[in-house]
Design a protein around this ligand. Structure first.
Ligand code: SAM
Length: 511
C-alpha cells in the first residue's frame, strides 16, 4: 500500500467496466417515471473514475463538459489516453478526492456521479465528497451514487473482515495482492470445513465464498481487500446527504421502480402504510435483501404536473438496442420469472424493430389500432429500458456534436482491440453513452473501415490479426485448429452482420 492511497488498494488496477447509470441522459426516464423535473446537463463530474471507461464514453458521446479524478496514476493515464483520442470535453486528473475537490477552477455541476466508491473510502473522504457536493452541485442538479447496503451484507460482513484480517496478519506483503487474496480465500474455506457455529447459523455464506473464488481478482481486490469497507443503511446515507441539501429522487436501477417485479402484494401493502419516504426505502431494503444500492439524489426536487410529465414523455425518443428476436417477454425478476404481456410489448417492440429512434408519441400513434393507451406504452418502454432492451436517445444537436468525438474514440478502441481485449465497449452518439462491442466486433468494424464490406473478408482480416500474434480461440479448454478457428470466426461475422450491425448503425457507432 502506498502513502497516497489512504488505505485504498492501489497496487492492482480496477476492471474496465462501463456503468450506464453514470450517463446523465439516463436520469430523464427515471425522473419522468418518478414525476420529477430533471436538469439539462451541461457540466458533469465523476469522482473515482477507475480506468475511465464510463467518463470517456459519456464525454465522447455527448456535448457535456466532464471533469473527473482517480488517484491511481496508471488508471488516470489510461483514462487520459482515451480522452486525448476522442478530444472530447474531458478534464481528467490523478488527484485524490481532497486535492481535486479543492481545485479553484472547477465549474458548478448539473450532475455528479460516483460508482463503487462510497463504501470503500474513509469517513474523512466521505466528508470531503459531501462538502464538494454541497458546494458544487447546482440547485436542481443530480447526484448518482452507489454503495453497499446493510441487509444484503449482514451475514457476509464478518467474513469480509476475516479475509482482510487474514491478509494483514498471515499474508506477506512481498507476495503481491493476488496470492494473498487466494490464500485468504483458501483459509476461509478450511475454516468452513470445520463446520463452525457461524456457518451453521449463516449457511448462505459458503456459497458466496465459492462464487468469490471464481471472480476476477482485480474486482475482488477492490471490493473486499480495502482498509475501509462500510455497508450503510439507507437512512444513514440520507442523513449524510441532507448536509448537502439533497433529497432522495429515485433508484437509478429502473426495475426498482416497478414494485410488482420485486415485491409481493403483501409487501407492497406493508410499504404503503409507511408515510416517511426514507424509512420506507430502509424497510424495502430488508424486503429485497438489498446488497448494493444505485440511487439518484437531487438538490431541490420539483414535481412535474401530469400534463407536463406526459408532454416530456411523449417527446422522448428511444431506440431498440437488442435484436428484436432477443427481446424475450419471459424475464427473470427477484420474485422469479415474469411474463410480459405479449399484447402490449409485442406491438411496442415491433415499432422499434428497425433500430431507429422513435418518440413515445410515435409509438402511441402506431399502437393505437391495437387499443394500447399511453399509460401501457410508457410503462412498457420503461420496463424494456430496465431490462436493457431500449435506451433513451438524445437530441439531434447533441448527436451531431458528439459524432466526431465518438468516431475518434471508437477508432482508437478498435485499434487497441488488435492487441488486446480490455475495453469491450464503443461510444454511441445517439444514446450519449457506451455500448458493448466485444473484441471480434471491434475487429470486424476495423475491417469495414479498411474497405472490407463482406463478412468473409472480415473473417480473413480478423484471423490474420489473431494468427500474427499466435492467438487461438479455445474450444473445451484447448486451442482450436486453423479450420475450426476460421469456421468460428465466420459464424461470429455472420451473426454480427445480421444482428449487431443494424443496432450499431442505429446507435451511430457504425456507418
Ligand atoms: C472500486 S473502484 C471503482 C472505479 C469506477 N468508478 C468503476 O466503477 O469502474 C474505486 C476507485 O476509486 C479510486 N479512489 C479510491 N480512493 C480515492 C481517493 N481518495 N481519491 C481518488 N480516487 C480514489 C480508486 O483508485 C479506484 O479506481
Amino acid at each position: 500500500m502506498s502513502d497516497w492511497s489512504s488505505g485504498y488498494v492501489s497496487n492492482i488496477g480496477y476492471t474496465y467496466g462501463l456503468y450506464t447509470e453514470l450517463n446523465p441522459l439516463r436520469v430523464k426516464l427515471a425522473f419522468l417515471n418518478a414525476g420529477l423535473a430533471f436538469p439539462e446537463v451541461g457540466t458533469a463530474c465523476e469522482l473515482g473514475f477507475g480506468q475511465g471507461v464510463s467518463i470517456n464514453m459519456h464525454a465522447a458521446a455527448s456535448v457535456t463538459e466532464w471533469h473527473g479524478t482517480d488517484f491511481n496514476p496508471s488508471q488516470a493515464a489510461f483514462a487520459q489516453e482515451l480522452a486525448t483520442a476522442s478530444d472530447a470535453h474531458a478534464q481528467l486528473h490523478d488527484q485524490s478526492f481532497a486535492e481535486f475537490c479543492a481545485r479553484p477552477n472547477l465549474p458548478d455541476f448539473d450532475f455528479i456521479g460516483l460508482h463503487g466508491i462510497w463504501s470503500w473510502i474513509s469517513e474523512a473522504n466521505r466528508a470531503v465528497i459531501v462538502d464538494f457536493v454541497r458546494r458544487k452541485l447546482k440547485p436542481g442538479g443530480v447526484l448518482y451514487i452507489s454503495y453497499n447496503t446493510q441487509p444484503g451484507w449482514a451475514a457476509m460482513a464478518p467474513v469480509r473482515d476475516l479475509l482482510t484480517e487474514h491478509s494483514h496478519v498471515m499474508g506477506s506483503l512481498g507476495k503481491g495482492i493476488v496470492p494473498r487474496i487466494d490464500e485468504s480465500i483458501a483459509f476461509v474455506e478450511k475454516l468452513f470445513a470445520t463446520q463452525p457455529g457461524f456457518l451453521q447459523q449463516n449457511p448462505g455464506v459458503a456459497e458466496r465464498i465459492t462464487r468469490l473464488k471464481g471472480m476476477n481478482r482485480n474486482y475482488v481486490a477492490h471490493e473486499y481487500f480495502n482498509r475501509d469497507w462500510v455497508p450503510m443503511p439507507f437512512a444513514a446515507m440520507a442523513e449524510q446527504l441532507e448536509e448537502a441539501k439533497l433529497s432522495f429522487a429515485c433508484s437509478a436501477h429502473y426495475l426498482d421502480h416497478m414494485d410488482m417485479l420485486s415485491l409481493t402484494g403483501e409487501q407492497q401493502a406493508f410499504l404503503k402504510d409507511i408515510p416517511d419516504p426514507v424509512f420506507r426505502e430502509t424497510v424495502r431494503d430488508f424486503m429485497v435483501n438489498q446488497q448494493f444500492r444505485r440511487d439518484y439524489w437531487v438538490r431541490g426536487p420539483r414535481r412535474l404536473s401530469e400534463p407536463a410529465r406526459m408532454g416530456l414523455l411523449r417527446g422522448q425518443q428511444v431506440l431498440l438496442t437488442v435484436p428484436r428476436k432477443d427481446a424475450a417477454l419471459k424475464v427473470a425478476g427477484p420474485l422469479g420469472e415474469v411474463e410480459l404481456q405479449q399484447n402490449v410489448y409485442g406491438p411496442v417492440l415491433d415499432v422499434l424493430a428497425a433500430h431507429q429512434p422513435r418518440s413515445i408519441a410515435e409509438i402511441e400513434a402506431a399502437c393505437a389500432p391495437q387499443g394500447l393507451n399511453i399509460a401501457q406504452i410508457t410503462q412498457a418502454v420503461f420496463i424494456l429500458a430496465g431490462y436493457g432492451y431500449v435506451q433513451a436517445v438524445q437530441d439531434e444537436v447533441a448527436i451531431a456534436g458528439a459524432r466526431p468525438q465518438t468516431e475518434r474514440l471508437n477508432r482508437h478502441l478498435c485499434m487497441l482491440a488488435v492487441t488486446g481485449t480490455d475495453v469491450n465497449f464503443l461510444a454511441a452518439p445517439v444514446t450519449g453513452g457506451g455500448f458493448t462491442v466485444d473484441r471480434f466486433g471491434q475487429l470486424f468494424l476495423l475491417a469495414r473501415q479498411h474497405g472490407h464490406s463482406q463478412p468473409g473478408d472480415w473473417v480473413t482480416y480478423a484471423n490474420e490479426i489473431l494468427l500474427s500474434q499466435n492467438q487461438r480461440l479455445q474450444k473445451d479448454g484447448a486451442p482450436m485448429t486453423a479450420d475450426e478457428q476460421a469456421a468460428e470466426l465466420r459464424r461470429l461475422a455472420d451473426k454480427f452482420a445480421e444482428y449487431t450491425l443494424p443496432i450499431l448503425q442505429g446507435l451511430g457507432i457504425a456507418a
